[in-house]
Design a protein. Structure first.
Length: 416
């Protein structure tokens, strides 16, 4: 390993006890999306102590009277590129079942997606960059983003003039832990890495009546059932097999009693795609299929299904700029060993990190940090996934080390 890599490793060794304590503090006190008041304050305090120019409460939600707890920390170090490095801060509405001694102390709230790892590693990276200013030139912009789990935080910060109030980045970077990747490994995916996510509601309206006299009704339960099945033909018969698409109906609500045919049934969908043109075509097809099935059932036009895309809960696909991703993978490989940098498959989960690229105008990439117990990976055991009540990075010191090494390697390569 290079002398610089050894220096980074030694620095991480010195910081690790403090980093573990910070990680455990974040894990014990999680806060839900749009409620990250204490979390953001703690992150801001740490960054100020490291010498960064810190601004809190950055961001404007579309919801009136909602406070955005975005944090922006800037360190200027002469002429050079501007590099943005993002962490997310919010937790999930899950009751933790890990049995950890530092498990969540907040009922039904848990850091089950590794945002506690991300915040801690960003602070470790911030410390090393501050200590190594003689080895880089340019500007570092560190982002503490709220509301990632509801894909609202990045848009809120950009809406509040993120790129006008603070240095506009030449590059945008992030890491995310990976629950199925062995700890010690760093996963890389060029091009489409995470899917676009859209939330769609379908209100299926019918004509209610007695359950014993269906002929005098237009049964929205039957119509909704047909819609659920027909939506899958959009994937299997209207989409190219080489274009990934997922349409999942995650919720069906309708009716109050077994012998009453209700007036309406509500379907809640999540839709995942990669390409923008496929995304628009699929969303249009969902409305066409819903209305067509209702029409075939004889539902009058004034009772046609109402299809609503929840724009505040949508996000574009995460596209890792190929040139930047290749460069970052090489830089990380030099620091941790090329054998520890592995190619991973794209995922159909979604993230709002993509928004920082402004529709790919700014080169951006997100690398994945292995967080799975190596012994369990080797044995083929079933691993708890992200968003599981049993998820925890194992071993946490190795996961944090790899995340910090990855972030420092990427930033230093761009600003060296």
């Amino acid at each position: 390993m290079s002398a610089n890599a050894q220096t980074i490793s030694e620095r991480i060794d010195r910081e690790m006890p403090s980093l573990i304590r910070t990680y455990q503090a974040f894990h014990t006190a999680p806060e839900l999306s749009m409620q990250e008041q204490r979390t953001s304050a703690a992150l801001a305090t740490h960054l100020r102590e490291l010498g960064y120019e810190v601004t809190e409460h950055v961001g404007k939600y579309e919801e009136p009277n909602a406070t955005c707890y975005g944090v922006v920390a800037v360190m200027r170090n002469g002429k050079g590129p501007v590099v943005l490095l993002r962490t997310d801060m919010d937790a999930l509405p899950i009751e933790e079942q890990t049995g950890l001694p530092y498990a969540s102390a907040t009922p039904n709230v848990m850091h089950a997606c590794g945002h506690d790892v991300h915040m801690t590693s960003l602070l470790g990276t911030a410390k090393l960059l501050a200590d190594m200013k003689s080895q880089w030139h340019g500007t570092v912009v560190l982002i503490g983003q709220p509301a990632e789990e509801v894909v609202k935080g990045a848009g809120a910060m950009l809406r509040d003039g993120l790129y006008e109030r603070f240095p506009r980045p030449d590059y945008a970077l992030a890491v995310h832990d990976h629950g199925q990747l062995e700890a010690g490994k760093v996963g890389v995916r060029s091009g489409y890495a995470l899917a676009a996510g859209d939330s769609v509601d379908i209100l299926v309206r019918g004509v209610s009546g007695h359950g014993a006299s269906p002929q005098s009704t237009k049964d929205p339960v039957v119509i909704a059932s047909e819609i659920v099945m027909a939506l899958q033909t959009i994937v299997s018969r209207e989409t190219s097999p080489i274009d990934p698409v997922v349409i999942t109906v995650g919720s069906i609500h309708g009716g109050s009693k077994r012998n009453i045919i209700p007036d309406e049934v509500k379907l809640l969908l999540t839709v995942r795609t990669y390409k923008a043109e496929v995304r628009q075509r699929v969303l249009a097809a969902i409305e066409r299929v819903a209305r067509g099935i209702a029409q075939a059932a004889g539902v009058p036009e004034d009772r046609a299904p109402i299809v609503t895309a929840q724009l505040g809960e949508s996000t574009p696909a995460t596209y890792n700029d190929p040139k930047l991703t290749e460069r970052m993978a090489a830089a990380v490989g030099k620091e941790i060993g090329e054998k520890n940098v592995v190619e991973i498959e794209p995922l159909m989960v979604s993230e709002d990190f993509a928004r920082y690229s402004l529709d790919q105008k700014i080169p951006a990439t997100m690398l994945n940090i292995g967080a799975a117990d190596p012994a369990k990976v080797a044995s083929g055991a079933t691993l708890p996934s992200l968003h599981s009540s049993k998820f925890a990075p194992v071993p946490v010191d190795l996961v944090l080390r790899r995340a910090i090494e990855t972030e420092v390697a990427m930033v230093m390569d761009l600003l060296r």
